[in-house]
Design a protein around this ligand. Structure first.
Ligand SMILES: [Zn+2]
Length: 247
């Protein structure tokens, strides 16, 4: 068997494009995002980004990406990708505090099941109901906690980016209020850049467009309305005698 040809290294010039709408809704050309050759398949992958929320502080968020690639680039991706074995993925769940209640409720389920198991000869219906109720109650808590722990540790199970998946990336949502979602795309291949641009010309963000100006006017109107509301609250004692309604 002849070895698969190595994908061409990407040119060193990285180009950027700002497109409106969610990344997974882009029109994708049939051009490899890494080398510019005709693409055979679209690759779906996930990556972890750090996000900040004023309530919960820094956290990790998993975002999905999709881009077309040619066969040699996809083979390279498969050679590079380091997927976590299932036992390691399961161990990651212990990063969540929910595993504490999962384990405790699991122990309670086992003890309840052993202690309350009805004797098939002498058992009453009430014994069976008590066995099913108490054991089921703890089992549900344990299962719910396991599910929560699995979900909350998702970011720790995402494999690191390969050079192939890393050749097409996008930023967080850059939009301001009322503008609609938009992202900055970083593209390493010129041919793919031109093809992506041609397929999404209607989505190219123009800072001076009517949409941008309308969003800016709406924001100004909102700030003015907010300012008036704050002024009314602050000056209420002074305004009140003027607007008092006699009942
Ligand atoms: Zn390729």
């Amino acid at each position: 068997m002849t070895p698969a040809p190595q994908p061409e290294p990407p040119p060193s010039v990285v180009r950027e494009l700002i497109l409106t709408g969610p990344p997974l809704k882009l029109a994708l050309p049939d051009v490899c995002a890494r080398c510019g050759q005709p693409a055979t398949k679209r690759l779906y992958w996930e990556k972890v980004i750090a996000s900040y929320d004023s309530d919960s502080g820094y956290s990790h968020e998993v975002v999905a990406s999709r881009a077309p690639f040619c066969r040699p680039c996809l083979e390279q991706h498969e050679r590079e990708i380091r997927r976590m074995p299932l036992w390691k993925q399961l161990l990651q769940m212990f990063r969540s505090r929910l595993m504490f209640s999962a384990v405790l409720a699991g122990i309670a389920t086992t003890i309840a099941a052993i202690q309350l198991v009805p004797n098939p000869v002498t058992a009453q219906w009430s014994d069976v109901i008590m066995f099913a109720g108490i054991t089921g109650f703890f089992a549900l808590i344990s299962l719910g906690s396991l599910l929560g722990a699995w979900r909350s540790t998702r970011a720790h199970r995402v494999p690191p980016l390969t050079t192939i998946a890393g050749s097409f990336s996008f930023s967080d949502d850059l939009s301001e209020m009322f503008e609609g979602e938009r992202h900055r795309y970083v593209i390493v291949n010129d041919v793919f850049f031109e093809a992506l641009l041609a397929a999404n010309r209607d989505k190219v963000w123009k800072p001076g467009s009517e949409r941008a100006r309308r969003a800016s006017r709406l924001r100004t109107a909102l700030y003015v309305a907010g300012g008036v509301a704050v002024a009314v609250i602050l000056l209420w004692d002074w305004i009140q005698p003027w607007v008092r309604v006699e009942w």
